[in-house]
Design a protein around this ligand. Structure first.
Ligand SMILES: O=C(COP(=O)(O)O)[C@@H](O)CO
Length: 260
């Protein structure tokens, strides 16, 4: 029997206003995921508190899509980790490629946010990924190692146990994305695992969940979940419908448990 759960999560990104988010959360609350998986959902800020309240006491964890690195201050339009923790978030996604591409997120601000999220007792879900050009030039592993080392710089090894990492090739994300080949993902995750073991030691390095994201669907989710060093999947479009999300959870869980 696998000792660690498979993480299966979705971010609703900029979808589902308050009413739709509450309806979706209620549908998720009625779902009893099979053993061996850790589901999570990341709603927009406008519904974070409601979704946390609805899913409180269920096995579904709730996260936030971003955070500022300061606890408070003159940061117009930003949300602080203190506010996220008060809403009930247990995870905070940091460094998504869409934030890096459009909203000035950098490896350095990702590091500041990782420390802030840990400071407030939540788990950072650090998103890293190579661009299409970096992939084409064969520097994916170098890029991922750099992003990961900067993101986690200064975090004590014992605290690294709270971190989750999502490898999301930028060229695989979204409607125009091309899901990454499983052999390619296996090599990238093996490299990331080696970096984590180097940074955190074997005891912690092997425990840090490494998720894959980028055009995951009901048709390829099990294939990614079978890969060594892939500890879960992080899904966008294919899981925005709760019914679809539940179906993927069920099929991946069945395979995970069956493969013992
Ligand atoms: O962006 C992600 C994947 O989006 P897809 O629509 O599944 O390509 C990942 O961070 C989950 O939101």
């Amino acid at each position: 029997m696998h000792s660690r759960p498979l993480w299966i999560g979705t971010s609703w990104k900029m979808n589902k206003g308050p009413a739709a988010a509450i309806e979706a959360a209620r549908a998720l609350a009625a779902f009893h995921p099979p053993g061996g998986v850790q589901p999570f959902v990341i709603p927009p800020f406008t519904s974070l508190r409601d979704v946390c309240a609805i899913l409180d006491g269920t096995s579904v964890m709730v996260g936030a899509q971003n955070t500022h690195w300061e606890d408070e201050g003159a940061w117009t339009g930003e949300i602080s980790p203190v506010m996220l923790a008060e809403c009930g978030a247990t995870l905070v996604e940091i460094g998504h490629s869409e934030r890096r591409a459009h909203f000035g997120e950098t490896d350095w601000t990702v590091n500041l946010k990782v420390h802030a999220v840990l400071r407030h007792g939540m788990r950072p879900l650090v998103c890293i990924g190579d661009t299409a050009q970096e992939h084409a030039f064969g520097v994916t592993h170098d890029v991922l190692a750099r992003q990961l080392r900067i993101a986690l710089h200064g975090v004590p090894p014992a605290r690294l146990a709270q971190v989750l990492v999502a490898y999301e090739p930028v060229w695989a994300i979204g409607a125009g994305g091309q899901a990454a080949d499983t052999t390619f993902v296996a090599a990238a995750h093996a490299r990331l695992r080696a970096v984590l073991v180097e940074m955190a030691g074997e005891a912690v390095g092997f425990e840090i969940p490494l998720l894959y994201g980028g055009s995951v669907t009901r048709n390829n989710a099990c294939g990614y979940a079978r890969i060594a060093n892939v500890d879960g999947v992080f899904i966008g479009r294919a899981a925005w419908s709760v019914a679809d999300f539940r179906q993927i959870i069920g099929s991946v869980a069945h395979e995970h448990v069956a493969s013992g």
